[in-house]
Design a protein around this ligand. Structure first.
Ligand code: SAH
Ligand code: SF4
Ligand code: F3S
Length: 452
């Protein structure tokens, strides 16, 4: 029988990256082998993102380009998963008849069985809103999976999804429609999964959810009667022996309780790094976005966070050109940049998404206005990022080595900054933590040398 090989192309956020890993592992358990060459795969899975129009266009143009491969090799299967799959469902098969299977975000665990079904009948398996995330404990990744994911280096860092969905309905955002309502995983499942990953040599875990702050508030996550908030989960996960670094993403600033802020002071393994998307510096825009906090609240949170952990590196997301955003609203975003001086940010032009409330708001910004604002914002953020990075020069830092061979060595600070080493001990290997003197800084990375 011909070997079953798969290739997964992932778009979008960390949640999708983790879902792709899970699909890869499930496929391996059903006799498939990964291949790094898309044209050789007997199964291509495209894990899609629909957060902005551009992300969705990329998916359809990739699908279009696969038409010929499918015509040349009709027995191969093409599967569309992820957020576009969830949102468009059957439509994808109608528009792209060479697609065999469309699988919604909550059905990835059933992939191998659905592929068998799709041999007989092209299928779209789609929305279902109330569900439990299956108890999934990963087995040891094979050597070929490791090298496919990460070159030849060992996998040190992994994501673990702790909740699915989102209940916030920010007016621009498609995620509550593509990922469904918020459901938290059982704490014991998360702890078992992290333990299993640590046993494979992973030393850094990032806990994932669209708004991890509300973990444990929408459904029970333990057998006990007492509440199990996110701060408690952090304390419990941090106790797992062998885990060195713990991170989480993302937090909606609308609920960042003191007990969570205190974790940055109390939990050694919790890295001094936080992604806290603010979206806009204007209260009027925030209200229209349904973000449920004001800029004063945000600034106050930043102060409390920096008091708890003075070395905290803060990053954010910004949308420019939201419907109704005036010059002075945009100026408020630029002012916020000066007040907080984020270590970095992701910034986007507002993109109207079907089905979201803001898609029908008045006052759409011209494309040229959005482009100009984005450019102004990014230029200033780049300068600030460089200034921030220079603050590390002359400091001693613990660097977790991700790569160390004869010619190159690089790793990460607890703040997640990348450091390229100029000198290092010949015995050093990936996974080691080295004391490093930072000697230089660029916009995107630092330079340093190991000290004994
Ligand atoms: N759950 C996360 C965000 C997930 S989406 C949170 O609330 O922080 C990631 C980022 O994409 C958002 O923070 C936002 O900045 C951006 N984004 C989402 N929808 C968008 C849209 N319609 N247009 C432009 N950017 C968008
Ligand atoms: Fe989207 Fe808002 Fe939910 Fe984040 S919190 S996923 S921006 S609706
Ligand atoms: Fe994109 Fe879905 Fe993530 S829309 S950002 S892949 S949750």
């Amino acid at each position: 029988m011909k070997e079953k090989t798969f290739y997964i192309k992932t778009f979008g956020c960390q949640m999708n990256i983790r879902d792709s890993e899970i699909m890869a592992q499930t496929l391996c358990e059903h006799g498939y082998h990964p291949t790094s060459v898309m044209t050789r795969a007997s199964l291509i899975v495209i894990n899609t993102c629909s957060v902005r129009a551009k992300a969705e266009q990329k998916v359809f143009s990739l699908l279009g380009s696969l038409r010929k491969q499918k015509a040349d090799n009709p027995s191969m299967q093409i599967c569309v998963a992820g957020c576009v799959a969830q949102q468009e469902g059957q439509m994808i098969i109608e528009r792209m008849p060479h697609v065999d299977l469309v699988v919604g975000t909550q059905h990835i665990y059933e992939l191998p069985g659905l592929l068998v079904r799709a041999r007989h009948q092209r299928t779209a398996v789609n929305l279902s809103d109330s569900y439990e995330i299956p108890r999934y404990i990963p087995r040891l990744p094979t050597a070929s999976e490791q090298s496919q994911r990460n070159g030849d280096t060992a996998v040190l860092s992994r994501f673990v999804t702790i909740m699915q969905g989102c209940n916030n309905f920010c007016t621009y955002c498609v995620v509550p429609y593509t990922r469904g309502r918020e459901v938290s995983r059982k704490a014991v499942d998360i702890i078992d999964e992290v333990t299993a990953l640590v046993n494979t040599g992973v030393v850094e875990i990032t806990l994932l959810g669209q708004n991890v702050n509300s973990y444990g508030t929408t459904n029970p996550v333990s057998e006990e009667d007492t509440p199990y908030p996110f701060a408690r989960l952090l304390h419990e996960v941090a106790k797992i022996p062998g885990l060195r670094r713990l991170r989480f993403t993302t937090s909606n600033p609308k609920d960042l309780p003191d007990e969570l802020i205190r974790c940055f002071a109390e939990i050694n393994k919790l890295c001094p790094q936080l992604h806290l998307p603010v979206q806009s510096g204007s209260d009027i825009v925030l209200r229209r976005m349904n973000r449920k906090y004001r800029i004063d609240d945000y600034l106050n949170m930043v102060d409390r966070l920096r008091t708890a952990r003075p070395d905290l590196a803060l990053t954010t997301d910004i949308i420019v050109g939201f419907p109704g955003e005036t010059d002075s609203d945009f100026q408020a975003t630029m002012d916020l940049l000066e007040r907080v001086r984020f270590h970095g940010s992701f910034s986007f032009k507002y993109s109207g998404r079907p089905g979201t409330a803001a898609a029908s708001f008045d006052g759409k910004c011209e494309e040229s206005v959005k482009s100009e604002r984005l450019q102004l914002f990014q230029k200033r953020q780049d300068e600030i990022s460089l200034e921030r990075n220079r603050e590390y020069i002359g400091t001693l830092q613990d660097v977790l080595l991700e790569r160390a061979d004869g010619e190159l060595a690089s790793g990460r600070l607890p703040t997640n900054h990348i450091v390229h080493l100029e000198s290092w001990p010949s015995t050093a290997q990936s996974g080691d933590v080295l004391r490093v003197m930072i000697t230089g800084a660029g916009q995107h990375s630092l330079k340093g040398r190991a000290v004994s």
